[in-house]
Design a protein around this ligand. Structure first.
Ligand SMILES: [Zn+2]
Length: 232
């Protein structure tokens, strides 16, 4: 294969996950695409090329773009803005909540394994954030479900017994509730309010402890600490 070998260009629709600037204005980014799951790309001269990157490559926006695979990996050759969630960037609470949503999707979406529902879910979540609705726990729950790791909230994940019983715990490590005989006191002790939230359609936020415990479950799933956990 000659070093100049390149694949046929492919059209993608994506949001930007993690991104790192390097050299002058080159960017390495993990794109959350509808078509191919997560794709790590290099984008050259992002800041300099108004023609290829008229809107740059920012978080909290949806782009369409073209990727080409060379010997060194994927290159993003251009990106056009489709939709931007303007109001997120201006407010710290919106930014931290949105950033956490992007992180959760970014780690749950597999490399080059399409799961468009996860990307669509993130788009919907950012839309919600941009309108000032902060529902991270509902989003974590939905994203874990789509990714195939739904937290077990209805009954003890070990024996199948059903709440409500005093002394039940949610275990962040195992991603589910456990009865008094199986929890051994590990996790967050559940209140009546938590059980109501578990059984609800999750249109309101649970207690902060439950939100953090669900984020911790995602961290256990991917063996990584969320950079946003201190901000929520
Ligand atoms: Zn049990």
């Amino acid at each position: 294969m000659p070093s100049s070998w390149k694949s046929e260009p492919e059209e993608i629709t994506f949001l930007v996950g993690e991104r790192h600037q390097y050299r002058d204005s080159d960017v390495m980014a993990r794109l959350l695409t509808l078509e191919k799951g997560a794709v790590t790309v290099v984008a050259r001269a992002v800041r300099r090329s108004r023609r290829r990157f008229p809107a740059g490559l920012e978080p909290y926006a949806v782009y369409s773009g073209t990727i080409v695979r060379g010997r060194g990996g994927w290159e993003l050759s251009e990106a056009l803005l489709i939709r931007e969630f303007f109001s997120i960037s201006g407010k710290l609470d919106l930014v931290s909540t949105a950033a956490c949503g992007v992180w959760v999707t970014s780690v749950l979406l597999q490399d080059e394994e399409p799961e468009p529902r996860l990307v669509k879910l993130l788009e919907g979540y950012l839309d919600f954030c941009s309108r000032g609705h902060l529902l991270p726990a509902a989003y974590f729950y939905a994203a874990m479900k789509v990714a195939g790791f739904p937290p077990a909230l209805r009954s003890c994940m070990e024996c199948g017994a059903s709440p409500p019983v005093p002394g039940w715990f949610y275990s962040p490590r195992y991603g589910g509730v456990r009865c008094p005989s199986h929890s051994r006191g590990e996790g967050v002790m559940l209140t009546e309010e938590d059980l109501r939230w578990f059984a609800s359609s999750k249109e309101e936020e649970p207690r902060r402890e439950i939100l953090m415990a669900m984020l911790e479950t995602v961290e256990h799933l991917v063996h990584r600490k969320a950079p946003c956990s201190g901000l929520l």
